[in-house]
Design a protein around this ligand. Sequence first.
Ligand code: F6R
Length: 615
Amino acid sequence: MCGIVGAVAERNISNILLEGLKRLEYRGYDSAGLTVIRDGELHRERQVGKVQELVNAVEKNPSFFEGKIGIAHTRWATHGEPAQCNAHPHVSGKVAVVHNGIVENYAPLKEELIAKGYVFTSQTDTEVVAHLIADAYKQTDNLLQAVQQITPLLHGAFALGVLHVDHPEQLITVRLGSPLVIGIGIGENFIASDQLALLPVTNRFMYLEEGDIAVLTKDDITVYADGEKVARDIKELDAEHHNADKGEFKHYMLKEIYEQPDAVARTVEMGINQQGFKADFLARNEAILAHIKHIQILACGTSYHAGMVAKYWFEDLTRLPCSVEIASEFRYRNPVVVDNTLMICISQSGETADTLSALRDIQRRSKAGEINGFASLALCNVATSSLVRETDIFLPTLAGVEIGVASTKAFTTQLAALMLLVLKIGRVQSRISDDVFNEMIVELHKLSGQLYSSLSLDQAIAELSEKFEARKSAIFLGRGVQFPIALEGALKLKEISYIHAEGYAAGELKHGPLALVDKDMPIVVLAPKDSMLDKLKANMQEVHARHGELFVFAGENTQIESDERLHVIQVPDVNEILAPIVYSVPMQLLSYHVAVLRGTDVDQPRNLAKSVTVE
Ligand code: F6R
């Protein structure tokens, strides 16, 4: 999604803006631009394509873009195609604006502005904001007041960065539904959609709340909420957050796949040691966890798949009913939420618009007295995110910063943290026996080693991936708790290699998808040694008989024999319940290698964004 960077300083800020944009590339975008104020004028450059195109354009005439205040932007097209005229910043007279999010009512506002004589040069909703500010400024000569006046006119979720030529000392920012952080320097201050963009210049951050408007000068930050000055906390980031380099790896995605043994171990150790739970793990939340009678999981994409796995775990191990739903469906269907529900929102970023909106809707209904005993929990990788701030309980995933758009280590750490939560609720409510609990403690401690072993399949999977390079489609099959991993394997393959792929519960094969099977259709099967193995083998026979080519990721002692049209990849032995975590790794490696062979943009696949802040 769009990325904003802004700076006001004593020094030239154009390189800070460009470096910031590069660091936001992971969010997904199709054009980039920047504006600085220099010698009483706005100097703007915008380019379609990569940030490097913008860098090249600026480098042709660097002194033209030297300025002490500026805003910059990566745009992910919503209103209007990716084109230079639609790229930000948008300008109206002396006003320049960058914008993340959507102004839903831009059409009637645009008509009013056209009637007043404003001329539009783009198809964007953002240009409306620039003209509105310029129009309000005519009455006030005060940039802050102009921004404060027009913000209530805008419907939707958005963040803004605003400059005015006559106020070359002031950078104004608005946060209303889209992420925006202020970076605090010495004699310089910054704004960005993600703190990652500002790590080269500061490690001190101020997190705005929804509805905040802030005025930044090089020496001061003043935040307003409902027109009144307010104080917001400042946090200092530790070194772990700085670890955002690719290191020896060709892509962030591969680096992040390889980080999983450590990331999962960190997440597991957050909750347990060899003896059982750590004393402080969710200790303050035990009263809430003790009274819940139903679990409702909400999430999108890969995080939704983690939720699907958790449903099997919750119901199997605790016998508590658990529903899991895609947030964008849940929020629009007037769902029934029974009393004493714990709503678990799973999100890597904590800024996913659909997940946040679904949560807020139910929180409103709970406050209105419609639901009793309601509590919410954020399972999230970003401790400073909106989701974490707006929920009752925060359960972190300790994956570290995830840059690759395709989620890998965030997913497996979500699964590890979900298992900790299942065990915690199960124990608090005395629903899990000592024997089962002790067994799971032992198995969770083995996970990291098993993930290391699964990474040793890398070379074999790289060779296998050649068989997928020229395919048009693929089917992924799993049963039971591996069904969500089949969905996740298919999602990974389609999002980074652009090969069409579908995941199915293997028992569904004969109810339709079998019609697709012929000698050209690769079928990936997740086959650990578990209670579903015999049923799964029968499903594999159905494919084999129709000359489909099978690629079976099989556990030890599954007695599945390779032949000309059946390739077995042996996966390390693993506990049946935790197997989805380990089997995720070969799925990730397969899609990675196929994508590399096909020459796609692995870390920033086309049309996708890391943080989906619009619905
Ligand atoms: C796919 C992927 C997405 C995200 C989804 C939700 O690899 O990463 O499907 O899982 O956009 O994002 P979060 O988890 O940030 O809410």
